[in-house]
Design a protein around this ligand. Structure first.
Ligand code: SDX
Length: 432
């Protein structure tokens, strides 16, 4: 973890100056440690959206928003997307180093042997309406897993933490595919241990008992790359939710269910579904100016979904890889003239020339092109965010693991600026 402070920041308040330690990381901005500020100065800091606040120390993922750089344990996302594969990226995020061949084989075997869900969970699914949003089902089913896997809920037992880790990475594809099958009234398909991770997921989603199904290697490679691009992303809203839930000692399945719930929002992981709906609503390139105008109108709540980011003030490197993948996959599928892809490319081109977007540094993010590929692969828009949750499970779990292994970790409990009523006595109803 960070070494001792190399310098300090001075804060002068009401005539008193306070020395606040400053820590430097490997790369990226220094941090000012305000942990003792309230005890020494009787004040809180105030940063509701955590725009300038570091919530923890981490060595997993690093983002340079100005350079448009994303590193998983130091490795750039572009190289991992091209040269690695998702389970290897899972190993890297979880354990900090790229695995040897033997380590990879062992990890893959452990994951493969945990892909089945407890059979009783199938009945849990059947309690939902068929038209329930798959994210509601995924959120519920993940939380319910703490009712089925009692032998891996003790967060103080390293072995149980490891079992829970493997179980969630292994079972999420089964759980997400069953949410999809349930929504379309088709029977659940069990995992096939002879298939790789991405192929197994596609097989559970698109095969039916009545016919032979062969996973298209183009689609499984694209699926695997989409998983890698979504795997982790520093202290984003859903990861921070998982960390905060876990700081109370809650079991891992409940914490990840909280992360799923947070990811669902359209400002976060729900943007991929909202973005494809927006692109379809725009429908043709000649209607783009109308929507650009809406996005710039302060009185219109409409935002260009898939655009903008709290950290990236330059391009999102994942969006660049995703755009290349969209061209490749749709080309190989013979649908490169997909109207939605054409609208997306023209919308990106026009927006990036518009001074509003340039001035506010709004670029396409990971959610802008992902939906186009998932749509081309045959997924309904309602499955886009569950797929994001599937991929992000390893990120949530890696951050959860790191936090539990940090001896300095304690329950998260922010304070506030109170602007409500001061002390007052109760007034009987007849006197109100
Ligand atoms: C993800 O944090 C992560 O790392 C998340 C993620 C991950 O991997 O975990 O990267 C995944 O969630 C990507 C983001 C997906 N969300 C969307 O695509 C939804 C559309 N984008 C926005 O709602 C917004 O850009 C956010 C939520 C992504 C970022 O919000 P911020 O940082 O709080 O920025 P803001 O809302 O304060 O916007 C700054 C300005 C505002 O204008 P002013 O009030 O300053 O005049 O930019 C404008 C906004 O109105 N703006 C947009 C816009 N996004 C911001 N205007 C039009 N269209 C947009 N998309």
């Amino acid at each position: 973890m960070h070494d001792q402070s190399t310098e300090s920041a001075k804060l002068t308040l009401k005539g008193t100056t306070y020395d606040l330690p400053v820590y430097s990381g490997t790369i990226g901005p220094d941090v000012i440690d305000i942990g003792k500020l309230y005890a020494e100065a009787g004040v809180f800091t105030f940063d509701p959206g955590y725009t300038s606040t570091g919530s923890c120390e981490s060595s997993i993922t690093y983002i340079d928003g100005e350079k448009g750089e994303l590193l998983y344990r130091g490795y750039p996302i572009e190289q991992l997307a091209e040269k690695s594969h998702f389970l290897e990226v899972c190993y890297l995020l979880l354990y900090g180093e790229l695995p040897t061949a033997a380590q990879m084989e062992d990890f893959e075997t452990r994951v493969t042997n945990h892909t089945m869900l407890h059979e009783q969970l199938a009945y849990f699914f059947r309690g939902f309406r068929r038209d329930a949003h798959p994210m509601a089902v995924v959120c519920g089913a993940m939380g319910a897993m703490s009712a089925f896997y009692h032998d891996s809920t003790d967060i103080n037992d390293p072995w149980q933490r490891e079992v829970a880790t493997i179980r969630m990475i292994a079972k999420m594809p089964t759980l997400v595919s069953w949410a999809y099958k349930y929504s379309i009234g088709q029977p659940f398909v069990y995992p096939n241990n002879s298939l790789d991770y991405a192929s197994n997921f596609l097989n559970m989603c698109f095969s039916v008992p009545a016919a032979e199904y062969h996973v298209d290697p183009i689609l499984s490679r694209a699926m695997d790359r989409i998983f890698t691009l979504h795997a982790d992303h520093e202290q984003n809203a859903s990861t921070s939710t998982v960390r905060l839930a876990s700081s109370s000692g809650a079991n891992p399945f409940a914490c990840v269910a909280a992360g799923v719930a947070c990811l669902w929002g359209p400002a976060h992981g729900g943007a991929n579904e909202a973005c494809l709906r927006m692109l379809r609503e725009i429908g043709s390139v000649d209607r783009i100016p109308e929507y650009i105008k809406k996005a710039k109108d302060k009185d219109d709540p409409f935002r260009l979904m898939g655009f903008g980011h709290r950290v990236y003030k330059n391009f999102d490197p994942r969006a660049k890889v995703m755009k290349q993948s969209a061209d490749e996959v749709l080309g190989l599928l013979g649908i490169e003239n997909n109207p939605t892809l054409q609208v997306a490319k023209e919308l990106e081109r026009i927006a990036l020339e518009d001074e509003y977007f340039v001035e506010k540094k709004l670029y396409p993010n990971v959610d802008f092109y992902s939906g186009i590929i998932l749509d081309a692969m045959g997924f309904p828009t309602s499955m886009f965010t569950p797929i994001f949750a599937l991929a992000r499970t390893v990120g949530w779990i890696s951050q959860w693991k790191e936090m539990l292994e940090d001896p300095k970790a304690r329950i998260g409990r922010p304070r506030q600026l109170y602007t409500g009523a001061a002390f007052r006595d109760y007034t009987d109803v007849e006197n109100r």
